[in-house]
Ligand binder design. Structure first.
Ligand code: ADP
Ligand code: MG
Length: 240
């Protein structure tokens, strides 16, 4: 579902992704962890082309990433992304936040888009707040709306970049619970997170990144109990 072959990326002199090779089959949940600055966000952002790459190939469900235009818009619709900052449209209601993409990009009619949005808002437990503005919701609620908004595009893949890092601790689980149920329903997911409980419960595989490289790639239990590299063991020693 996600294929990256020999992907390299620089920011000026900084070699931020070094020969990344990654194949994620449909339905797999991949956890990405690693020190700050190791390239985790850049990895996510190249997958829906929010960042360009210098060389290599990226394909989603067998389709190479288009460079621009309509193809790129459709590709982005297939790859949902949820960021650390919730990035909702501040001046639109919760319902409008979720219907906008389906109407504009998927060309859905308003009524169908609203029905879809309501069912997704219900699924993430926010339907009662549909007429409010984002600022009237808690951080955890806003992040659940951001997930519903991404799902409304009927994506093939969901990318999450530290979706709970900006939340107060008591709101972390309400977001992780939504993500866990999505994982159980078979969504293909790439999740940058340091939430080890979630990684163990929902992850099929952990990638450990350091200095722009995938240093380890192992099932969660194996990674957490017997990491192979000194860099990974050192990192785990700091966060566990
Ligand atoms: P992570 O998400 O693992 O913390 P990032 O992918 O955000 O790491 O960043 C990797 C490196 O690339 C860091 O050194 C960061 O400062 C640098 N970087 C990220 N985005 C840019 C940018 N737009 N321009 C220049 N350097 C960047
Ligand atoms: Mg990051």
């Amino acid at each position: 579902m996600i294929s990256m072959r020999s992907v390299d990326k620089h920011f000026g002199a900084l070699h931020v992704l070094k020969d990344i090779n990654l194949e994620v089959p449909a339905g797999q949940v991949v956890i990405v962890i690693g020190p700050s600055g190791s390239g985790k966000s850049t990895l996510c952002r190249t997958i829906n082309r929010l960042e360009s790459i210098d060389s290599g190939d990226i394909a989603i469900d067998g389709t190479p990433l288009p460079l621009e235009g309509k193809g790129l818009a459709m590709l982005r619709a297939d790859v949902g992304m949820v960021f650390q900052s919730f990035n909702l449209f501040a001046h639109k209601t919760i319902l409008e936040n979720v219907t906008l993409g389906p109407i504009k990009v998927r060309k859905m009619n308003k009524k169908a888009a609203e029905e879809l949005a309501l069912s997704l808002l219900d699924r993430v437990g926010i339907a009662a707040q549909k007429d409010k503005l984002p600022a009237q919701l808690s951080g955890g609620q806003q992040q659940r709306v951001a997930i519903a908004r991404a799902l409304a595009m009927k994506p093939k893949v969901m990318l999450f970049d530290e979706p709970t890092s900006a939340l107060d601790p008591e709101m972390v689980n309400e977001v992780l619970d939504v993500m866990t149920s999505l994982a159980r329903e078979g969504m293909t997911m790439l999740v940058v997170t340091h939430e080890m409980g979630f990684a163990r419960k929902a992850g099929d595989r952990v990638l450990f990144m350091a200095d722009g490289e995938i240093v380890e790639d192992a099932p969660p239990e194996q990674f957490f109990t017997q990491a192979q590299s000194a860099r990974a063991r050192d990192f785990l020693g700091k966060i566990l």
